[in-house]
Every structure is written in C-alpha cells, then in structure tokens.
Design a protein around this ligand. Structure first.
Ligand code: FAD
Length: 475
C-alpha cells in the first residue's frame, strides 16, 4: 500500500500558494489534509469570538476548494501531537507536511511535533508562506534582531526577491474515511445565543476567493490614491486584506506578485505597510511575551488605573469623544476598525484613561476579525510607547484635533454615531462646545442622547505625562 501524506492546515487556509499542499500533491500519493483546533497546548492563545466566526466560514470555503481538487479536509480538536499520532496510526502515513507558524507558542508546538514524528521515522517538513522573511535568519550587522523598522525595511528591500507564488494543485488523490473528523458545526465556532454576527456577515466574505476579490478590487480602485486616502476613515481607502492575511487565505508573496507592475506612490506605501506586518512578526518571534510584557521593561512598573467603568465606556463607544466612539462601534459591528482610528482609540485608553494597554489588546483580540498574534500586541505597545520603535511617550493623540483632521466632513462619525449626525461639522468632534440652542436643534442632549466626555482631555494629558515621566529612566 502507498503511504499517504498528511498536510496540516492551520493559519494557511488556502489551496493557492500553499507550499505544504503543493508538495504533498506532487508526491502523487494520497493526501490527508487536517485542520486541528488546538487550544490545549500550554501558551497557545485561544482565538477570540470574532476570529472564531471568521474561522468557521474560512474552513467552509477551504473544504469546498479541497473537494473540487479531490481531497477531503478532516476537522479535529485537540493537541496537535496527539491528533497527528492518531492520524498516522489510522492512515499509515509516513510523511507530514505543514506551513510554518511564527507565534512562538504555536512554533513550539510544531517544533515538538517535528521531533516527535521523526523519532517514529516519519518524514516531517515545513514550508514558508506566511512571511517573506524568516525571522530566525534575518539579522542585524551585529547578529541580533531588528528593533527599528527603517533598517528592517531596508534589509527586506535589499534581500532576496520574494519568490513567485506556487500554483495550486490541479488534482489531489484524496484519502477517504481513514480518520474520523468533526463536522464544522461540531467545532462550535459560531456565536449562538445571541447571534451577534450580522454586521460581520454584511462586511466580509471570509475565504480564499473573498481575499483575491478584495486584492483585485483594491488594486483597481484604491491603490493609486492609497498614500493619501489610507488615513481617511470615512473612505474605503485601504485593502481590507488584514483578516485574510491573518488566516493565511492569501500570502504576502501573492500580494507582492500582484503589485509587481504598480510603481506609483500608492504601491510603494502599500509595500511598506505590508512590511510593518513582517516587522511585527519579527518582533514577536524574538519576544515571545510581546502580549503580556512591555518590550521596554521599565514600562512594566507603570501604575495603571483600575477603572472598570471607564473601560466599559471605551469598549461600548460611550466615552463622549465622537471619533473614539465611532471607532469602537465600528469594531463592535464589523469586527474591524480603520488604522488611524485604532491609533486614536488605543491612545485614548492608554493615555487619557491610563488603563493598561493589555486590557485594550485583549478587547481587540476578542472583537477583531483580523486579531493577529503579532500585529495586535506590537501595535498596542507601539501606541503605549513601551514597544520597539514605538511612538514617543509624549505623543498623546488629541481626539478632537485628530477627528477634525482626518474626518473633516464628519462622514465617519456620522455613520457610526448617528445620534450626532445633525450637528454641524464645526462641533461634530466636540459637541460639548456647541451652544445649547444648537444642541437642542440637532437633537442632542449631552448626558442623555450622547455622553458628556468621561475625562477632560487636557487634564488627562497632563496626568499621563506625569505618569510616563515617573517610569522613564532617561528623564
Ligand atoms: P492596509 O492599509 O490595506 O494594509 C495592508 C496590510 O498591511 C494589512 O492588512 C496588514 O497586514 C499590514 N499593515 C497595515 N498597517 C499595519 C500596521 N500599522 N502594523 C502592522 N501591519 C500593518 N493589524 C492586524 O492585522 N491585526 C491586528 O490585530 C491589529 N491590531 C492593531 C491594534 C492597534 C492598536 C493598532 C494601532 C493597529 C493594529 N493593526 C492590526 C494594524 C492595522 O491597523 C491593520 O493591519 C490595518 O488597519 C488593516 O486594514 P487593511 O488590511 O485595510 O490595511
């Protein structure tokens, strides 16, 4: 009997540019693709609720795509090593392939798997796909890892050209019935009572086809003006590819290949943003505790305020600062928030409310469809000032000025905070300054129809500066 090849599919839910799957198909032997929901290994972080919704639909798409080329995706829950051992015993496989993961806890699971299966004389091989650079191989001149984005970007730019995408297998010899799996519903990923996913359904098409459609539309419609419009939250000026990248439905190799004929400022900026994602993974790979420890250790002495009421107001979009509230409501409804507003909302939580960035990181982890093990903690630490190459601690976003600058016509705030829609632009980002008659005319009663600000930004700014100076050794 010909031994089959097991292919593990986790954060690489695609059949195109999938090195592990293509190599398995190339052997000409039967292929057993398995997805494992592994939340049982120490240190592996269970994904959040919005990501679970995404994963359900992405797996559905992958099942269909694999079926078309002849293979059956087996769904399992449990410890990766146990499931693979069971699969080897049940199928007689002598080879296991997978695409590399870079979250340190997940990478540790895979490293242990490699050792374990090789001890049984099983071939184990991993492939690239998620990143264009290998974090363990890209080193600074002195042999360390990069802590600053610009030299990192230069190193990426001057390194080897990213490889071409790998063709999808046209047919795979499937292996039916050798291993019992769960049904998609049995994985229990969808919200039930209540089902809060209507907004997510309206905005997104999870899966590989949805990813490629987004890339195509973005290149056609928004790329040329990306440099300017990417900062305007009222416009659809960015790609919306983040959840597709997070779940590996599309690879950076495919995106870069699709961009190769685009030479304008938009394309150049977009490549640099993609490199921020590579940089986040580089940092995470070398700092496994990125989500729970400050990259600059002195920041772990920070005296954060414990204020459950303020945290809740922030989470629900009821802070009284319209641009912050618009962002938090966009997040709740769609599972995504515009990057500019992520920075403003995060700065508000950390600096205006002096609440620990880890609380914000956890909320985003649960509510974002693109919740990413690297981008999320790296970005939170960037805003907090505790990260590598972070925003300077004295950079405290003024939510009114940010709103006026990046949402000057109020399109964004009016969409997400409709109770302020009738206020004229002049007061939209600071309703508390509007004359009482104008507020009444616009149907706004502060403290009733819309909250009064929960903190005074200027006083909060002074408080934050004092708190930051207290922990900084160089002050
Ligand atoms: P585009 O502008 O179209 O960019 C294309 C791709 O480049 C993105 O999909 C993303 O992969 C990458 N990218 C863009 N900007 C950044 C950035 N600043 N840092 C790292 N990569 C970037 N991004 C996530 O993917 N997951 C997260 O969990 C996440 N959490 C964040 C939390 C905070 C507090 C902040 C300030 C930013 C966070 N980001 C996160 C980064 C950024 O906001 C999103 O990547 C971006 O908004 C996604 O939208 P897009 O795909 O339309 O971006």
């Amino acid at each position: 009997m010909v031994s089959p090849v097991i292919v593990l599919l986790r954060r690489d839910l695609r059949i195109r540019d999938n090195g592990a799957l293509a190599a398995a198909a190339d052997t000409g032997r039967p292929v057993l693709p398995i997805f494992i929901l592994d939340e049982e290994n120490d240190g592996v972080r269970p994904i959040g609720a919005a990501s679970r919704w995404w994963l359900h639909h992405s797996l559905h798409g992958l099942q269909k795509a694999l079926k078309k080329v002849g293979a059956e995706l087996v769904l399992k829950r449990g410890r990766t090593a146990d499931v693979v051992a069971e699969a080897i015993d049940a199928s007689g496989a002598d080879t296991v392939f997978w695409n590399r993961r870079y979250d340190p806890a997940e990478a540790a699971v895979d490293a242990a798997l490699k050792t374990g299966v090789r001890e049984r004389d099983i071939v184990a091989r991993s492939f690239d796909g998620a990143l264009t650079h290998e974090p363990s191989l890209l080193k600074t001149g002195s042999g360390g890892f990069y802590k600053v984005y610009t030299p990192f970007w230069k190193a990426l730019e001057s390194g080897v050209e990213p490889r071409d995408p790998i063709d999808p297998p046209s047919s795979i010899q499937g292996l039916k019935g050798s291993l019992d799996g769960l049904t998609l519903d049995e994985l229990g990923l969808l919200p039930a009572k209540p089902d809060w996913s209507a907004g997510l359904r309206e905005c997104w098409t999870p899966g590989e086809d949805g990813a490629h459609r987004r890339l195509h539309d973005f290149i056609e419609e928004s790329l040329p003006d990306y440099e300017r419009s990417r900062d305007i939250p009222g416009k659809a000026g960015t790609s919306g590819l983040s959840p597709h990248l997070t779940f590996g439905e599309i690879t950076p190799f495919q995106i870069l290949a699709a961009l190769h004929k685009s030479h304008g400022a938009g394309a150049a900026k977009f490549r640099k943003e993609l490199a921020w994602r590579e940089f986040s993974y580089h940092l995470l790979f070398h700092n496994p505790h990125l989500r729970d420890r400050a990259f600059r250790p002195e920041y772990d002495d920070f005296e954060w305020r414990r204020d459950g009421k303020a945290l809740k107001a922030w989470q629900r979009g009821l802070t009284g600062y319209p641009i912050v509230d618009a962002g938090m409501r966009e997040l709740w409804r769609t599972g995504w928030m515009h990057n500019r507003v992520r920075m403003i909302a995060a700065s508000f939580l950390i600096k205006d409310l002096l609440i620990d960035w880890r609380d914000g990181e956890r909320w985003f982890w649960d509510t974002l469809v693109d919740a990413d093990p690297a981008n999320n903690p790296a970005s939170w630490q960037w805003v907090a000032g505790s990260g590598a190459d972070a925003a300077p601690y004295f950079r405290i976003f003024n939510p009114v000025l940010q709103g006026e600058r990046f949402d000057p016509d109020g399109d964004y705030v009016r969409r997400w905070v409709p109770e302020l829609a009738k206020l004229p632009d002049r007061f939209l980002h600071k309703p508390w300054e509007a004359p009482p008659a104008l507020l009444a005319e616009s149907g706004v009663t502060l403290g009733e129809t819309y909250p009064a600000p929960i903190v005074d930004h200027h006083a909060a700014r002074d408080r934050a500066m004092k708190a930051y100076r207290a922990v900084r050794s160089d002050e």
